[in-house]
Design a protein around this ligand. Sequence first.
Ligand code: KG4
Ligand code: ZN
Length: 333
Amino acid sequence: MHVLGIETSCDETSAAIVTNGREIRANIIASQADLHARYGGVVPEVASRKHVERLLPVIQEALAAADMTYRDLDALAVTNRPGLLGALLVGVSAAKALVYALKIPLVAVHHLEGHIYSNFLVAPDLADRFPLLILIVSGGHTQIVRMDGQGAYRLLGATRDDAAGEAFDKSARLLDLPYPGGPNIARLAEQGDPTRVPFPRSLLGDSLDFSFSGLKTAVRTFVTRDAGQTPTADVAASLQAAIVDVLVEKLSRAAKQTGIRTLCLAGGVAANQSLQARMQALGAAEGLRIVSPPSVLCTDNAAMIAAAGYYRLQHQLPDDLNFDTYATEPLAR
Ligand code: KG4
Ligand code: ZN
């Protein structure tokens, strides 16, 4: 079964073709990061207009890379929530028009569910390994989710203020690093001393919730007081260590509290090499299985959307074409 995935929820225009939920035949990602960098963040209207311009060429590029035509597609999956409304509408409108013309089923995918399924692309056996614990860390979300089966999610913890990606991005701005902040902080951190600045780790007692707004304030206060004396690489490394420490500690606690032994990482921040290394170390120390997708499948891409669509069609009917787009909607409660 060949599924075309479409992802336009933020500033990546992406189309992918995935066969049987596991074989990536094409995964084309046209990033708009350069375009938004001069504004220091994503400008929604600019993003929508770029999606309009790029989506069909990106789909055609995916078909060419997979050596297929539209007629080879068996189903289509598209992100319809949560995200920038105008941006989502571009992908959803194109998807509806295509399935109407091609007479194939369409699945509307929750963006975070897509992130989760990037794990199934690298480890298809996860479909037989429930329950799973998933740490979702992206630009807008930080959550620990328990997955008991296809479509069965329970929220165990979430951020009470900023997301982990936001902590990276907002701190990067304070450090005068260009957008997107996460990868730039990670790159600088490689040459820095993570023990140089004792940034706070907010653990909120026994809770599995997160809070990163205090860290952002601590970075602001530090930058003002320090006035450029501490090398930026040391600040970046210290900041990254503070975020990673909290993420690893919370996921480790969730594993202890639930007894679940298969842990997955999802979302753009999961591309962070330090986080991946620390999670692998935790897995080795505690005998837990850690699954983490390669960077290109952590940040926004359409292969994860196609995979989510494939698994949905295994146990559910496709969606009617009258579904809407939503700026916010929780994956789990
Ligand atoms: O999942 P994603 O691509 O888009 C959203 O759904 O939000 O995540 C983007 C977030 C941004 O905050 C970006 O700074 C962060 O992921 N990010 C990273 C890294 N790569 C992307 N954060 C830390 N280290 C990285 N290597
Ligand atoms: Zn995302």
